[in-house]
Design a protein around this ligand. Structure first.
Ligand code: TMO
Length: 317
């Protein structure tokens, strides 16, 4: 065994002083220059918020990279470190993938937004006002009104226009069957979120009934959209969770997720991300900048950051 050299001894002394300093809070660790990788999915608030959060990180001096990502597979990508964060973990649609990845090790819960969520089939409120399906929003009204919701491609059945299949798999077709509605209703998957908004506008213009998948917070909160009230959600009620599938979606949370190394590699950015918290109104506004005002996602985010410095700047301090 060798005796400690003076140089190693010196290093030890310096290291001890540094840890003493950090205990008293006098030293802040610097964020790594490695890029923070933010995923881009396929609904407007998520994309605008990606650029809002990325813009905030950049203002803090961080490097940011954006990657298009599948909204279910992203939790495994966060777990293995290819993606750093997810800023909109919707309970109903992504809760299972989020917790599955967490259970495998490598994903942390970085806090919950103030906004509560619902992701559910529903109708524009004028459909109820015009009584196109008497008894809505109670789901049992659907037993008796499918004729008002047929489309040229629905084979005489009423049609539910569900979101892209990449969001929920067969949850809605399973539900139609489990509720005994499959003789009268069929589910069609939209190619993308825009197809849902096109359908809402077309149905209104033509004065015909329509049932579409939608969510809150969204820009439609301001227009009058009514979610159908299905039998209440309980843990395990869906077929993929071992239940019979005859339940609606949960009134859920909206969380933030991160790779487990993020707090260590980028402590300042992680601290800001952990404090970051959006309300229903703020998220609805982010969506509206694109879906109502027709802005580009990046321009919408730049506008939002400019108009809301009092909201996000305190998170960076
Ligand atoms: C995940 N989404 C908000 C589209 O339901």
């Amino acid at each position: 065994m060798k005796l400690q050299t003076p140089k190693a001894f010196k290093t030890l002394v310096v290291a001890s002083c540094m840890s003493l300093l950090s205990v008293t809070g006098a030293v802040k660790a610097a964020d790594s220059t490695a890029p923070i990788v933010i995923p881009i999915h396929n609904w407007s608030s998520q994309v605008v918020m990606a650029y809002v959060i990325g813009g905030m990180f950049e203002k803090m001096g961080n490097n940011v990279e954006y990657v298009p990502a599948d909204s279910q597979a992203v939790y495994e990508s966060i777990r293995n470190g290819d993606v750093t964060i997810s800023h909109e973990v919707w309970q109903s649609t992504f809760g299972k993938s989020f917790y599955n990845a967490m259970a495998k090790g490598g994903v942390i819960d970085a806090g919950t937004h103030s906004a509560t969520t619902l992701e559910e089939m529903g109708v524009p409120t004028w459909v109820i006002e015009q009584d196109l399906c008497p008894g809505l929003p109670n789901w049992e009204a659907l037993k008796d009104c499918h004729e008002a919701f047929t489309t040229p491609d629905s084979g005489g059945k009423g049609r539910w226009l569900e979101g892209p299949q990449s969001w929920h798999g067969d949850t809605m077709p399973d539900r139609v069957k489990a509720l005994g509605l499959d003789d009268k209703w069929t589910v069609k998957f939209a190619g993308g979120a825009d197809a849902l908004w096109t359908e809402l506008a077309a149905a209104k213009k033509e004065g015909r009934g329509t049932i579409v998948f939608n969510w809150t917070p969204n820009f439609t909160d301001a227009d009058g959209f009514t979610f159908i009230e299905f039998p209440p959600y309980t843990d395990g009620c869906r077929i993929e969770d071992g239940g019979d599938g005859s339940c609606g979606s949960p009134k859920g949370w909206l969380k933030k997720a991160a790779n487990y190394k993020f707090p260590k590699t980028h402590p300042a950015a992680y601290t800001a991300f952990s404090k970051l918290d959006f309300s229903t109104t703020q998220i609805g506004q982010m969506a509206a900048l694109v879906d109502v005002d027709k802005m580009d996602h990046k321009d919408a985010a730049a506008q939002w950051l400019k108009d809301n410095e009092d909201v996000w700047m305190p998170w960076t301090k």
